[in-house]
Design a protein around this ligand. Structure first.
Ligand SMILES: Cc1cc2nc3c(=O)[nH]c(=O)nc-3n(C[C@H](O)[C@H](O)[C@H](O)COP(=O)(O)OP(=O)(O)OC[C@H]3O[C@@H](n4cnc5c(N)ncnc54)[C@H](O)[C@@H]3O)c2cc1C
Length: 407
């Protein structure tokens, strides 16, 4: 059987699902299937799902996976579909398994500095629950108000605070995961330390829904800062701004302003929404490469050169503190195929240059569908093959998010 290829028509799949999930949460109408089919990734298009299931508890997730395993139907797990890589795009004839209704914060344990949550909890909601205890959940993707912790785990999401506190993997202690055949397992530990066996928790984090469905997450919380200051620094050009990261606001000739209250919030929102998608009719594609921080200045200059050479426009937003950059290249839509071809050439070169500097094709958004073509540029055939064999061990029928992340 081709991995992830259904042997049964949609009617048989829906009938099987209805034996364990309420009919009002098994959606087959065209509108629902359309609205759950795509994420926010560029360039690749989703296929048509057979059905959408809005799971409300672990039993239902297990039921969905048992049906899918028996019938050989692909399953695409979905949080809120904010992925920027096509990772949550539907694959042909799949079940979209939405976890958005599993959104309970099970407990916050201030004495242990941990919280236990369901996968559909919105990142910002966990922070609201932790704050009265003087605690916070540190990883804060710019999508913190709209993305789920399950999605954050599946993509190993980063964020603005990650240069100091680390990424999602650094804050997750344990997971409950439903495997491809419906088996429920628990990995990890509630203690900060724990080295028993292989680190399966770390393996699931960033696996983009290809190894199992995350149904419970135990996270480590951190103490809220006593005080926060937001600084705005202005530089004459991009390389000068990048250089300051090496100097940490020392001796770089910056004009530094301490911003307060609403102004500070506005600046952070500006950063979170700075990619510029959807603001006009240009065709924009955002990137997510990361380079060693020492290469940041050189890479910023290279990006400007690449944009010039290929005749495309560039906007650069960066998590400069950890070398993760989000260059957005764009061309006017009315330039058609010629513009797109220049855009693709610029994207390819920007990735090649980042890799040449010791970087990676994706710092935090994941490979999904969109970056699959670049994976062999970064990883050797042996490494890709080893990952495929790990995938086969977890998912022998190839039903979990096929065609994403490593394939
Ligand atoms: C405006 C904006 C800003 C963003 N900023 C950042 C940022 O700063 N940092 C960052 O890292 N990302 C960022 N992103 C990308 C995106 O928000 C993250 O990748 C986020 O983690 C996805 O969460 P989600 O709930 O939307 O998951 P989805 O998009 O629904 O899914 C993402 C992937 O996870 C899988 N998945 C989802 N839930 C589960 C589960 N329970 N079990 C197994 N697999 C699952 C899906 O199959 C898919 O492969 C941004 C996106 C937007 C739109």
């Amino acid at each position: 059987m081709t991995p992830g290829t259904a042997h049964h028509g949609p009617a048989a799949v829906v009938e099987a699902l209805l034996s364990g999930v309420g009919a009002s949460r098994v959606l087959t109408d065209r509108n629902s299937r359309g609205s759950y089919a795509r994420d926010q990734g560029p360039l690749t298009e989703p296929a048509e799902p057979a059905v959408v299931v809005l799971a409300e508890n672990v039993d239902e997730v297990q039921h969905v996976m048992r049906c899918a395993h028996r019938l050989g139907v692909p399953v695409v797990a979905r949080g809120r579909g904010t992925s920027l890589s096509g990772g949550a795009h539907a694959v042909p004839g799949c079940i979209i398994l939405s976890l958005e209704r599993m959104n309970r914060i099970i407990e916050v344990r201030p004495q242990d500095e941990v919280a236990v949550v369901e996968p559909g909890v919105i990142n910002a909601d966990l922070n609201l629950a932790a704050a009265p205890h003087g605690l916070m959940y540190a990883p804060d993707p710019a999508s913190h108000a709209i993305s789920t912790l399950g999605g954050n785990v599946a993509t190993n999401a980063g964020g603005l605070r990650c240069a100091k506190y680390g990424v999602t993997r650094d804050s997750v202690l344990a997971l409950d995961v439903v495997l491809a055949d419906g088996t429920l397992i628990h990995t990890g530990h509630v203690t900060f330390k724990g080295v028993a066996g292989y680190d399966l928790t770390a393996l699931f984090i960033g696996s983009e829904g290809t190894l199992g469905i995350v149904v419970g997450i135990t996270v480590r919380l951190k103490y809220l800062p006593v005080e926060t200051r937001t600084l705005a620094a202005f530089f004459p050009d991009l390389p000068a701004a990048a250089a300051v990261v090496q100097e940490v606001l020392r001796a770089a000739g910056a004009t530094v302003e301490a911003e307060e209250g609403a102004e500070a919030g506005m600046l952070l929102d500006l950063r979170r929404n700075a990619r510029g998608d959807g603001v006009d009719d240009d065709f924009r594609v955002g990137e997510d490469v990361a380079v060693p921080r020492s290469q940041l200045v050189h890479y910023a200059a290279e990006l400007e050169r690449i944009a010039r050479d290929h005749g495309v426009r560039l906007r650069l937003v960066a998590h400069a503190g950890d070398g993760n950059l989000h260059p957005t290249f764009w061309v006017p839509r009315d330039e058609g195929v010629a513009g797109m071809s220049r855009l693709h050439a610029a994207l390819d070169e920007s990735v090649k240059v980042a890799l040449g500097l010791g970087g990676t094709i994706t710092g935090e958004h994941g490979v999904g569908q969109y970056k699959l073509k670049w994976l062999p540029w970064e990883q050797s055939p042996d490494v890709i093959d080893l990952q495929r064999r790990i995938k086969e061990a977890f998912d022998p029928r190839g039903i979990l998010n096929p065609g994403k992340a490593i394939s």
